[in-house]
Design a protein around this ligand. Sequence first.
Ligand code: NAD
Ligand code: GLY
Length: 356
Amino acid sequence: MAVSKTLNVDLGERSYPVVIGRDLLGGAYELAAHVAGSTCFVVSNETVAPLYLDALTESLGAKTVKSVILPDGEAHKTLTTLSQVLDALVSARASRDTTLIALGGGVVGDIAGFAASCYMRGVDFIQAPTTLLAQVDSSVGGKTGVNHAEGKNLIGAFYQPQCVLIDTATLDTLPDRELSAGLAEVIKYGAIADADFLDWLDTHMEQLLDRDSEALAHAISRSCELKAQVVAEDEREAGRRAILNFGHTFGHAIERCQGYGDWLHGEAVAAGMLMAAELSGLPAADVTRLRELIRRARLPVEPPAIDADAMLGAMGLDKKAVGRQLRFVLLDAPGEARLSADYDEDRLAQILGAGA
Ligand code: NAD
Ligand code: GLY
């Protein structure tokens, strides 16, 4: 095993480590050290559990390990699966010192974290993310929740884990399309906060697609570093944290209009980032460069055909909106983002019209 990096998410008494390395599951990393009580409840899904539940259990040494296995897919990130987790905890008579462990992608992580936030008014939880998207984004920062038929992530809580354990070897089994979806969020960090990282991605995109271990470890740790800095500044998204939603106002609306699960979250974010870059009024060369990077990551550079009014309706439920006023994360330059309600309405109509 090799812990290549341990980062800290600095949130005072709610601070926690993000441990990154290869082959950490299976007993090499002592995850039990982050479990206060004697019992853990692993939340996973029918795809990931057969691959990694045994290895995770070994990491927990003498702890008692129970599990609840959910159906796979974004369409199952609902109050129904949340109830399934809570029912399993109640049936097992799980006590307050139980630790929930999310083993899977962002869907499992968001559901398990939300269940941990509300079971007995809050029990400990750990994130063991197994998709690139979850390793660079959803497992860090404490956003948890489920979708509502009317909108993405409308029901949830801010609730931080005790620890995030990123075993990059789990990416070996990840389908190519999911790897690319994770790269969308990696590109996002460069676009909003680190122009040098954007340059690095330009020169390392092929290695990342080939799953070169070193390149992936760097992309994951730099992404987590950038996310941890933003979360430490603004845990509950009173301001700066909103920049992490670059492309998401459009992306969430695409997911909502297409039906959850048709386009992957990362694919919708990729097309959404380009729509937001165009709304930003960046020089054409910067937009073209971002488009090229997204295309090379094998991600969509155009939104699907959706009626402009349907997109506007879906965007109206965006959590960044104030009253009826939409706000977008816009780029002043590559690597520099701001949240703004000041955008060109005609340009927005044009961008939405182009997708219709
Ligand atoms: P996902 O959880 O649906 O996982 C993608 C697919 O990969 C699933 O079929 C899953 O079973 C499979 N899978 C997972 N790990 C695997 C592995 N190692 N090998 C083989 N298959 C594997 O999707 P995702 O992209 O990880 O997460 C998307 C979700 O994350 C969305 O719901 C999005 O809203 C949420 N999200 C949350 C945050 C946050 O801050 N909480 C941030 C970004 C995204
Ligand atoms: N993925 C956006 C956030 O964590 O704030």
